[in-house]
Design a protein around this ligand. Structure first.
Ligand code: GKR
Ligand code: MG
Length: 422
């Protein structure tokens, strides 16, 4: 199937004032929407980061893909490698909380964005759902977790759009946030983004969630913002309350020591973000659960290989997320449905996003799950009016690369990125 046209459209989507180890989310998140149009008139879709380094590479590559075959993923890789080499190694801001922003993952990130669109076009051309192209269904629906954040109310700055969740800066408000999210989407597992306030208060929030939602799997993720000593203290409190302990402390060495001392299952999307780090982690038994993410692991097929590798080494597998819309959610869902070795509910930021580029609006999450249909490809279509509107929002948006540290400095001028902070 010859490729007739490739379009890359950057968009800005509203994002609430979510707090994390680095600072606070900016009022807009950036995404790139990819369209790969075949000679048969069908269009494959992809979605990835919209930050300048990835966006520039996607834009440089797109015209060279025209005329090639949508089934030729080797050619796709060669085009991206060549364009990346020609672009040189310009320095850019790396946000550790967004592993896809690493310079070392640029080629994987760009490849993944186009790979999803190529595979979507392949599946639409054959007339089958993407999951079937990926080898068939291990499951018909994919479970996601309620991803809780400490957050400010939108009134903190008129740049933030009003959101129904309001402020959450203490355990009572976190429980209320969980209740709202569970009522709306039916999530079973609950994840708390931590690394923001005193670690003992954050441990109290987990205990409050445990009391409010007995029996539900719980996780806490301070994004490596706790020293080993602090991580051990929190482990003493939460040992029996967590299904896994996500990125409490920095480095593979730190995680290996923590696991040796506590025996707790440790999960990561920070210290294992590529194959080399995975190799090292296995040799040190640093983490027991890898949080995959096709956006920077090199696409859907590479993530299937990651799942198989994790299974071979006795590691659990789940899925990491950054702020995203429905094309990413559907790619995550088809991928997760195709992987038999998926041990936990996946993460998603989707409930935090009010914008959407899909016809019919937001993808439904019911009973905590996204359900697959029999529609071809990803099973979703672009709403071109919404795409144009969100592209206009990108054009006037002051942000070109995510930076939660700078955003926090607008409120607290002395704020610095420190790791670990506690
Ligand atoms: O959106 O603030 C955030 C998260 O902290 C995100 O940047 C992380 O990459 O969700 C992620 C995680 O699990 O570490
Ligand atoms: Mg994480």
């Amino acid at each position: 199937m010859k490729i007739k046209a490739v379009r890359v459209t950057p968009i800005a989507i509203k994002d609430p004032a979510l707090l994390n180890a680095a600072g606070v989310h900016e009022p807009f998140g950036l995404r790139s929407i990819i369209e790969v149009e075949g000679a048969n008139g069908l269009i494959g879709l992809g979605e990835t980061y919209g930050d300048a380094p990835v966006l520039n590479l996607l834009t440089q590559c797109k015209d060279s893909l025209v005329g090639g075959s949508a089934f030729d993923l080797q050619r796709l890789l060669r085009v991206i490698q060549k364009q990346n080499a020609q672009a040189g190694t310009a320095k850019h801001i790396e946000m550790e909380l967004a592993p896809g922003s690493k310079s070392s993952s640029l080629v994987s990130s760009a490849y993944s964005a186009f790979e999803v669109a190529f595979l979507d076009l392949q599946a639409r051309t054959i007339g089958i759902p993407l999951v079937d192209l990926l080898g068939g269904r291990a499951r018909d629906k994919v479970a996601y977790s309620a991803y809780l954040f400490y957050k400010w109310d939108a009134s903190v700055d008129p740049e933030y759009a009003p959101d129904a969740y309001g402020e959450a800066v203490n355990p009572t408000q976190i429980v209320a946030q969980a209740q709202r999210m569970i009522d709306l989407y039916g999530f079973e597992s609950i994840k708390l983004k931590a690394g923001v306030f005193d670690p003992m208060e954050e441990a109290d929030a987990i205990l409050a969630l445990q009391a409010a939602f007995p029996g539900r799997p719980l996780r806490i993720d301070p994004n490596s913002n706790w020293s080993l000593v602090t991580s051990l203290k929190v482990a003493d409190i939460l040992r029996d309350s967590l299904e896994y302990y996500e990125d409490p402390t920095p480095t593979l060495e730190g995680m290996a020591k923590l696991h040796r001392a506590t025996g707790m299952p440790l999960a990561t999307n920070m210290v294992v973000t590529n194959w080399e780090e995975l190799r090292q982690s296995v040799s040190m038994n640093a983490v027991q659960i890898v949080l995959s993410d096709h956006h920077y692991w090199g696409g859907l097929r590479a993530t299937q290989a990651l799942a198989k590798t994790c299974e071979s080494f006795g590691l659990g597998l789940s899925m990491h997320s950054n702020s995203h819309l429905g094309i990413s959610l559907m790619a995550m869902t088809h991928l997760a449905a195709s992987v038999s070795h998926l041990s936990y509910a996946c993460d998603t930021h989707y409930p935090w996003q009010s914008d959407e580029v899909l016809l019919g609006g937001k993808v439904p999450i019911v009973g905590g799950c996204v359900h697959l249909t029999d529609k071809p490809g990803l099973g979703v279509e672009l709403d071109y009016e919404q795409l144009a509107k969100l592209h206009e929002d990108f054009k006037v948006c002051r942000i070109r690369t995510r930076n939660d540290v700078l955003q926090m400095q607008r409120f607290k001028p002395d704020w610095q990125q420190v790791k670990p902070r506690f």
